[in-house]
Design a protein around this ligand. Structure first.
Ligand code: NI
Length: 332
């Protein structure tokens, strides 16, 4: 795992005090039906410690947010022009706070509950991203697709409203939420999510204009598996991927070893409720969880309609997959 520091400038996120106390809550954007191209992970990790003045910008102290425990659906954040420029130049952006500590607490309880009851496992929506996903094996990187469907506390949140508002700033006003997933790294043995581009999971017939919002429900550190990105990699083509360990029984993908240059990677430790945004082609990674606390990440995906490619990519890894995830999907 590359040990690099994020020396990029990341301006602070502007946060307005939530004022809306609407009791008339409207439904948030509806997740699309789960499809294979829902994506499967999003991650990265490593980092560095230091005095606060020397911390990478994405490790700054979280901004204070309203103690109000209500969940206003009105967005409370807005990116600055500098942040928008940073995202388009680098293919990722880290922000300090995208929701309140109170909402994080509620979501963390709901998140732990749906993993504990193995929500979605029977329907192929929960599986081990990094292993062969056999029922008698402990999953080292369990994932739930569309966790919003399994817990009300994960739907129509301030997180969602703010993520959507920021996605509209970055992608355009017609950006819609296309999916969500939850990736859990158990304390002490949670597996690495290898370097990959999310577009490698999606249809080779399209160029996507999409981003993933990755929010930890506790602090995300180099020790427990925070996000790591290769700046500017969103401008590259989709690189050759394969299934983890070159084992098509494993759903998770990894860049073919030595196929791309991963130098210059930037790590983004975050406080709970901070978030990173990354393009569907941005190379990213999270390390294993070597800490004694679980690492929970809740990811939302937004996009505008993709552009059909004149010549589709050839993604042989998608034809090779024989994972239990694929088998369960095929039975649906
Ligand atoms: Ni990913």
């Amino acid at each position: 795992m590359t040990e690099t520091r994020n020396n990029e400038i990341k301006p602070r996120l502007e946060i307005d005090a939530p004022t809306a106390r609407d009791s008339q809550r409207t439904s948030g954007p509806q997740a699309g039906r789960e499809r294979r191209e829902r994506g499967t992970d999003t991650e990265g990790g490593y980092g560095g410690e230091g005095e606060s003045r020397n911390l990478p910008p994405c490790r700054r102290k979280p901004l204070s947010t309203s103690p109000d425990t209500r969940l206003p659906m009105t967005p409370t954040v807005r990116l600055t022009d500098e942040q928008i420029t940073f995202y388009h130049e680098n293919g990722y952006l880290a922000v300090d706070a995208i929701t309140t500590p109170e909402e994080i607490e509620r979501m963390r309880a709901a998140y732990d509950e749906i993993f504990a009851r193995q929500a979605g496992r029977d329907e192929g929506m929960q599986f081990d991203l990094a292993g062969t996903d056999e029922d008698d094996k402990t999953a080292t990187l369990p994932q739930i697709l569309d966790p919003r469907r399994y817990s009300e506390a994960l739907r129509d949140t301030l997180y969602e409203a703010n993520a959507h508002a920021i996605a509209r700033q970055l992608l355009g006003g017609d950006a819609k939420m296309n999916g969500s997933h939850a990736i859990f790294k158990p304390a002490g043995y949670g597996a690495e999510t290898p370097w990959h581009q999310d577009a490698a999971y999606w249809s080779p017939a399209n160029d996507y204009h999409s981003l993933s919002v990755w929010m930890p429900l506790q602090e995300a550190t180099p020790q427990n598996g925070c996000m790591e990105f290769v700046p500017g990699s969103h401008r590259r083509e989709v690189a050759p991927h394969r299934h983890i360990n070159n084992d098509p029984r494993i759903h998770g993908l990894e860049i073919v070893p030595d196929a791309v240059d991963l130098s210059g990677a930037a790590s983004c430790p975050l406080p709970p409720g901070g978030a990173t945004f990354h393009d569907s082609r941005t190379l990213h990674h999270t390390g294993p969880n070597r800490s004694d606390i679980p690492r929970r990440a809740f990811i939302l995906i937004f996009g505008v309609p993709p552009t059909p490619r004149a010549t589709p990519y050839d993604f042989p890894w998608q034809r090779e997959e024989i994972s239990s995830y694929t088998k369960k999907q095929a039975r649906k």
